[in-house]
Design a protein around this ligand. Structure first.
Ligand code: TSB
Ligand code: ZN
Length: 586
């Protein structure tokens, strides 16, 4: 999908369209006050305070009509530059603009506004020359947004829209948007009964339903086997820790705003853990290690809790209770490169199995200015960041750099993917850490009998099972590969009266071979039952007629295909078992 923000011409057009939206809103709701109206990847939005008025989805058409009217009128869009004093005077009736202006520094930037007919807005620009140039736009949705993104502030109304150069581009975009909505994991998750949320449990606390839990169990088994083969040792640890544990690690100082608040039990202070590193550090510390023992790879499918803003939580993709496919690798400095490479190769290997091809590697670095988020030790950071760059260049994988995205304890290599709806998210991550081993005073005995501090690589291949499943649902549009499908085979007798018994025998046989199978011998038309099997996206539909019954065969149809293939029952079992064992997308 096109990124409007990255296209200069479209970006200007969308920004002008945001002004046009504000002008139309002002015509229809004279009390409206305006906060900001930026361009985003998907188009633009404007945050508006309407006092007691509320704009609903059905009001958008009316606003759009007014926008069309103004645009047709074709007023020139004129830039004016102002002193701070003039700007404050001009916008004195709008507290939001006054807030913006009072924080501006005349010496640093020119204060400007743009006028189109009866509407003027404070803005840096640039804009198109006339509202006439705005022809192909659409308002997309309306939602609430806290002023300045702060939950303590008033909720403003945010109207989203998009604008294009050509009618066809707008049409294509709207079509793509519709398709993306159909792929949204929240929609499919509901239809296929994969997960649910209930406000009594809490926002961002998904409940995995049997179908979703089945998929997750397969994912756990899959990655567990891979990690065992690669020498990982899996552990179980509790999902709470004392505040002191997180003070020792540094989370308490650098990550507190992402954590649930402290709770007191007797005289002890606990927190729900946001990460598992401290527990794993203590497991490492439980034994004396020689340089020959390293790398030591401690893995866990570990539940974590994080405070995510209520407006940010989203299905399984961004949750407050999550399960990481986590591991901490304790290595010597001469093993960093080799071990890091193994993690990257594991990521690539897993992505190939799942048929994931659209992703970007991001090298996430600290923001040297941000002393609050990042541990203050420039030398350590430089060493870690340079080491990572070195490894990445050696691996020859393309990546881009992002300042301010590192973990508080070190730089990371993140894999970014684009969900059906909304901005990109991180799936896998591999992080280099010189800090926590020092804070926990970890060591190993080197070949001269001296104590050395190991380095830790934090890594999560799936990221969390939650986010990975969300992504998988969208990638497959809910048509999971056979090994993951909650129901792998649907058996349908053409006429339950005549072939029902044989169909039942086939179903029982498949069940005994540990294949997840369902029999549909309802008294419904064949076409109806076939259609339902298709919409439920079961990978194999087995159709049993007289011929099949007589010849001890079955006929199967793959999801999304029209043709049927007839094979001996043994052959079918073998084929299925082979496919399930392979654990591939296709
Ligand atoms: C890899 N300590 C490391 C760990 O050892 C860590 O916690 N890294 S993390 O903060 O980047 O989180 C790991 C992964 O969890 C991320 O890459 C992302 O895929 C996933 N994740 C993070 N926040 C959420 C969330 N709110 N909902 C779902 N998944 C999340
Ligand atoms: Zn970690």
């Amino acid at each position: 999908m096109i990124n409007i923000k990255e296209d200069e011409k479209l970006s200007i057009k969308n920004h002008s369209c945001a002004h046009l939206l504000a002008q139309a809103v002002k015509h229809l709701y004279p009390n409206a006050k305006f906060w900001v109206g930026p361009v985003i990847e998907e188009g633009f939005y404007y945050d508006i305070d309407l006092g007691d008025d509320v704009i609903k989805e059905e009001d958008l058409a009316k606003i759009e009509k007014e926008m069309k009217k103004i645009a047709k009128d074709g007023k020139n869009i004129i830039r004016e530059e102002l002193t701070k004093e003039e700007a404050l005077e001009k916008f004195k009736d709008d507290p939001y603009k006054v807030d913006l202006i009072s924080r501006m520094d005349e010496k640093e930037e020119v204060i400007s506004c743009y006028r189109q007919g009866d509407f003027t807005d404070l803005c840096r620009g640039p804009h198109v020359a006339s509202t006439k140039e705005l022809k192909y736009f659409k308002l997309l949705k309306v939602s609430g947004a806290y002023w300045k993104g702060d939950a303590k502030n008033k909720v403003l109304q945010r109207i989203y829209g998009v604008c294009f150069e050509q009618e066809k581009d707008l049409e294509d975009y709207l079509k793509e948007l519709e398709e993306a909505k159909l792929r949204d994991h929240r929609k499919i998750g509901k239809e296929q009964e994969l997960f649910m949320v209930n406000e009594l449990v809490g926002a961002g606390m998904p409940l995995w339903l049997p179908n979703g839990a089945l998929i997750r169990k397969q994912l756990e088994n899959y990655i567990y086997e891979k990690e065992q083969e690669l020498g990982y040792q899996h552990v179980y640890t509790p999902c709470v820790g004392t505040v002191n544990l997180y003070k020792t690690s540094g989370h308490w100082d650098h990550y507190k705003e992402n954590m649930f608040p402290m709770m007191k039990v007797d005289e002890e202070e606990f927190v729900l853990r946001p990460m598992n590193c401290p527990h794993h550090m203590l497991i490492y510390k439980n034994k004396i290690h020689s340089y020959r023992d390293l790398p030591i790879r401690i893995g866990e499918f570990a539940t974590d809790f994080r405070y995510e803003a209520s407006g940010a939580v989203k299905g399984l993709e961004r949750v407050r209770a999550m399960c990481q496919n986590d591991a901490h690798l304790f290595v010597r400095s001469d093993q960093i490169g080799e071990e890091f490479k193994k993690v990257v190769n594991l990521i690539l290997d897993v992505y190939e199995d799942f048929g994931i091809t659209k992703y970007k590697f991001r090298l996430s670095l600290r923001d040297p200015e941000d002393k609050e988020k990042y541990f203050d030790d420039d030398k350590m950071w430089d060493e870690a960041e340079n080491k990572l760059r070195e490894v990445l260049n050696e691996l020859e994988i393309p990546y881009f750099e992002a300042i301010g995205e590192a973990a508080f304890y070190g730089p990371k290599l993140d894999v970014e993917v684009k969900p059906a709806v909304g901005p990109e998210v991180t799936l896998s991550t591999c992080q280099l850490d010189f800090l926590l081993p020092r804070r926990f005073e970890l060591n190993y005995i080197d070949n001269k009998g001296e104590k050395q501090t190991p380095i830790v690589i934090h890594r999560a291949i799936f990221g969390t099972f939650d986010r990975f499943t969300a992504f998988l649902i969208e990638e497959t549009k809910g048509a999971f590969p056979t090994w993951l499908s909650p129901v792998q085979v649907k058996v349908i007798p053409v006429n339950p009266e005549f072939q029902g018994e044989y169909a039942k025998k086939i179903t029982d046989l498949l069940k005994s071979k540990k294949i997840r199978v369902e029999l549909d011998d309802r008294n419904e038309k064949l076409s109806y039952r076939l259609r339902e099997a298709q919409t439920s996206k079961v990978p194999y539909t087995v159709i049993i007629g007289d011929q099949e019954k007589e010849n001890h065969t079955i006929s199967y149809r793959l999801f999304g295909q029209k043709e049927t293939t007839t094979v001996k029952i043994e052959e079918f079992v073998e084929l299925l078992q082979e496919e399930i064992k392979r654990k591939k997308r296709k």
